[in-house]
Ligand binder design. Structure first.
Ligand SMILES: [Zn+2]
Length: 241
């Protein structure tokens, strides 16, 4: 029986038996792993906090033939501030759902750091949780290799006026032949905003963005991501207007 010490964030859980819980943890070194947490639902369980959604901690796990069991946890953050607003909670839940879908049982350092960073940002920024979720989505697309070309037409390279989910930017002329189905009109500023989401080192661009641009960027990236991942992210629907 081996022991594994690793950082982890609880992405989801399922209760079983009277007091037990199966955790899905995102870790930097082992990707997504399932961990059985015995007795954590008891009122006075010592490791109760380690088995809550969003908990970020240093986990100690026993490893028996690839089956992990919780033996200890040093709490680093519970992201408590998320619980103070419905919008923040929805954005954070969407991040967990997307991370659990994108992650696999391989090193996931980038995904782990992305999720942790965006959860911290959500807690710090009181405004625009939707834009922080967009930062997460844009960077997730980037590290998954699905970031589309937005500013220019994917057919001819002219300036795009539309976006076709699953493909990328489409210019007005090519939009005539591409057919209208699924085309989303690109607002001016959306391509720049999404570029900011991917590359910006600070969050200051978020407070400068117009709501129309944020809404446009959101619908465009969500539709694109759902096609690329072939999955409907239920928790993301809250922000679709
Ligand atoms: Zn074109």
């Amino acid at each position: 029986m081996g022991e594994l010490k690793c950082e982890g964030i609880v992405l989801r859980y399922a209760d079983y038996k009277d007091a037990d819980r199966m955790l899905t943890l995102l870790t930097p070194d082992c990707g997504i792993i399932s961990v059985s947490a015995k007795g954590v639902r008891r009122q006075n369980a010592k490791l109760r906090y380690a088995a809550e959604l969003f908990t970020y901690g240093n986990y100690m796990l026993s490893n028996k033939n690839g089956r992990y069991a919780l033996t200890g946890c040093v709490l680093k953050d519970s992201f408590y501030a998320l619980r103070e607003s419905l919008e923040h909670m929805c954005a954070a839940s969407a991040m967990l759902e997307m991370a659990s879908y994108a992650g696999i049982q391989q090193p996931q350092t980038e995904l782990f750091e992305l999720l942790r960073g965006c959860l911290f940002t959500l807690c710090e920024l009181k405004e625009q949780p939707k834009a922080v979720l967009l930062v997460f989505i844009a960077r997730l697309l980037k590290i998954s290799g699905y970031m589309p070309e937005i500013e220019y037409c994917v057919n001819c390279g002219e300036k795009a006026g539309y976006f076709l989910p699953g493909e990328g930017g489409i210019c007005p002329e090519c939009s005539q032949t591409a057919g209208a189905a699924g085309l989303i009109r690109l607002e001016s500023g959306t391509a720049d905003f999404i570029e900011g989401c991917v590359y910006s080192e600070s969050e200051s661009f978020i407070s400068q963005a117009e709501q129309g641009v944020i809404d446009n960027a959101y619908i465009l990236l969500i539709r694109h991501m759902q096609l690329c991942f072939e999955h409907q992210f239920k928790s993301a629907e809250y922000f679709i207007k």
